[in-house]
Design a protein. Structure first.
Length: 183
């Protein structure tokens, strides 16, 4: 773990000197310097004192870089296509190891093609338009503001049944890392 670098980055971002942290925690400057350079591993009690001095939760010091908040600006979204004719525009909003969120633009009449199944769970919110969704023996017509969810291991199908493009916000959870674009 790179706890020391986390401590140093937070301290510098907040404009706090090592001496100020030491005054608050009672730690020596030499010890804190070794902690920040990852040359020594502090106890949990010491980390808790440092976290208090930095005014951050202890757990935040323990997060790995990939576990911290990530920001995807609108103009930086990764865009792909999906669907039977690759005519659905998929904007990937954010992702973590096991969860992804995207906005899918579905042209009038476009669909996911044949009913298909895959690992994971999906939650959908119709932001705009009219969508027909089918999973096994259950089907529904959905409009703006409606939502639906399913375990994706059962074959499912989605189609825009409106006259205008539909927008669907989708969150996908998988037990294992899976980057396939799904609807």
């Amino acid at each position: 773990m790179d706890i020391g670098s986390n401590i140093r980055a937070i301290r510098k971002r907040k404009g706090i000197t090592i001496a100020e942290i030491c005054d608050i925690t009672g730690l020596s400057q030499g010890f804190l310097s070794q902690v920040e350079t990852n040359k020594t591993s502090p106890s949990i009690a010491t980390l808790e004192n440092i976290a208090t001095a930095l005014e951050v939760p202890l757990a935040y010091l323990l997060l790995k870089k990939e576990e911290r908040m990530r920001i995807v600006r609108k103009e930086e979204r990764y865009v792909t296509t999906s669907g039977a004719e690759e005519n659905m525009r998929v904007e990937h909003l954010s992702s973590s190891k096991n969860m992804r969120m995207m906005i899918v633009e579905v042209p009038p009449g476009a669909s996911t093609g044949e009913a298909h199944a895959h690992e994971g769970e999906e939650v959908h919110v119709v932001i705009k338009g009219r969508i027909y969704a089918e999973q096994g023996e259950v089907s529904a017509e959905l409009r703006e503001g409606d939502s639906f969810s399913w375990n994706a291991c059962t074959p499912h199908f989605v189609k825009n049944i409106g006259d205008e493009p539909a927008l669907v916000l989708i969150s996908v959870y998988t037990e294992t890392e899976n980057r396939r674009t799904l609807l």
